[in-house]
Design a protein around this ligand. Structure first.
Ligand SMILES: [Zn+2]
Length: 329
């Protein structure tokens, strides 16, 4: 049995909609007044969005559900699903700890709660019956002020080990803060954390080459080969891997068809830039969306050849931030 590694998956988008719906029922949550039956909820939750902003709004709803007391419930279910239905040997799960703190508390208290959030997640990502290794990436957010992103960095540094890296997420806005975020990433790297950053997802506008000197991987980056292929040489030289999440681009309205990815894979291959295929928010995609399913879709739409498969699968392990041992094939 082939086992896989997924390097780009958000805690807020990792869960099957059935699990979320059952949770809402248990809580008798007010959102159920809009969705008296599961089908209605499923269609709303997994529908393609016109823009990334629209997509992120539903994501925020799930983040609020994943509060301290309920995190064990969600962590167990995502680990067992990833191992049982996707054959994942290794997973890097990313999330913003601040968004999971108690929204009713004042900001300083919320910042103080972040460490506990990471500790609870760490304790619940090791279910005894499912031998999957899950490492964490903490996300900064483009919508948050500098002091909160700096507090997230501190929590990542204090939890180095279970936390292997940092990411910059959120809608692709506020490019005037690029310098601030690059400095934050550089500090993360200097303290032993690995770095990735959501870049070039909806367009090439926020891809600033200054990022390349402090990144180990790029989340998405698909508009680099599409719109600025001249940057690929630099990525290859610095051995920066692109995390490409095929179905996600259709759900966020970024690409119309999988075949649009042919150019991405072909240009990266020619330039020697590594690509890891990942899932981003599999719970938000129409079922079944699994990592093996993403590979199959790429072959099905002639984006990659079957012969490329092994190499790309191995890239998931090679580009991992915290994988030790050997891939089981
Ligand atoms: Zn993402």
């Amino acid at each position: 049995m082939t086992l896989y590694a997924d390097l780009h998956r958000h805690l807020g988008g990792a869960l099957h909609p059935r699990i979320i719906y059952k949770f809402l029922q248990r809580q008798d949550h007010k959102v159920l007044s809009y969705f008296p039956d599961y089908d209605g909820f499923y269609n709303w939750f997994t529908r393609p969005c016109r823009t990334l902003e629209e997509f992120v709004k539903i994501h925020s709803l799930v983040e609020e559900l994943q509060s301290l007391e309920h995190l064990p419930y969600f962590c167990l279910r995502l680990c067992r699903g990833a191992y049982t239905f996707e054959n994942l040997q290794y997973l890097e799960l990313r999330y913003n700890p601040f968004f999971r703190t108690d929204h009713d508390l004042p900001t300083p208290k919320r910042l103080g709660q972040m460490n506990l959030i990471v500790e609870v997640i760490t304790a619940n990502l090791r279910p005894a019956e499912y031998p999957i290794t899950v490492k964490q990436i903490l996300c900064f957010d483009r919508r948050l002020p500098k002091n909160i992103n700096e507090a997230i960095l501190k929590v990542a540094q204090d939890n180095l080990g279970p936390v292997v890296g940092v990411d910059l997420a959120g809608p692709e806005i506020n490019t005037e803060k690029t310098e601030e975020w690059i400095k934050l990433m550089a500090r993360a790297r200097a303290s032993g954390l690995k770095t990735t950053c959501h870049l070039g997802e909806t367009s090439v506008d926020n891809v600033d080459p200054r990022y390349f000197s402090i990144l180990d991987r790029i989340g998405h980056g698909i508009h680099i080969p599409l719109a600025k292929p001249e940057y690929l040489k630099e990525l290859a030289k610095r051995q920066i891997t692109l995390e490409v999440c095929p179905t996600s681009y259709r759900q966020t309205g970024v690409l119309k068809d999988f075949s649009d990815l042919r150019t991405v894979f072909a240009r990266c291959k020619d330039a020697g830039v590594a690509v890891a295929v990942c899932t981003d928010n599999p719970g938000r995609n129409p079922a079944p969306c699994t990592l093996p399913g993403e590979y199959e879709r790429l072959i099905d739409h002639d984006v990659i050849d079957f012969g490329d498969l092994k190499e790309i699968q191995n890239e998931g392990f090679r580009s991992a931030f915290g994988f030790v041992g050997s891939a089981r094939h």
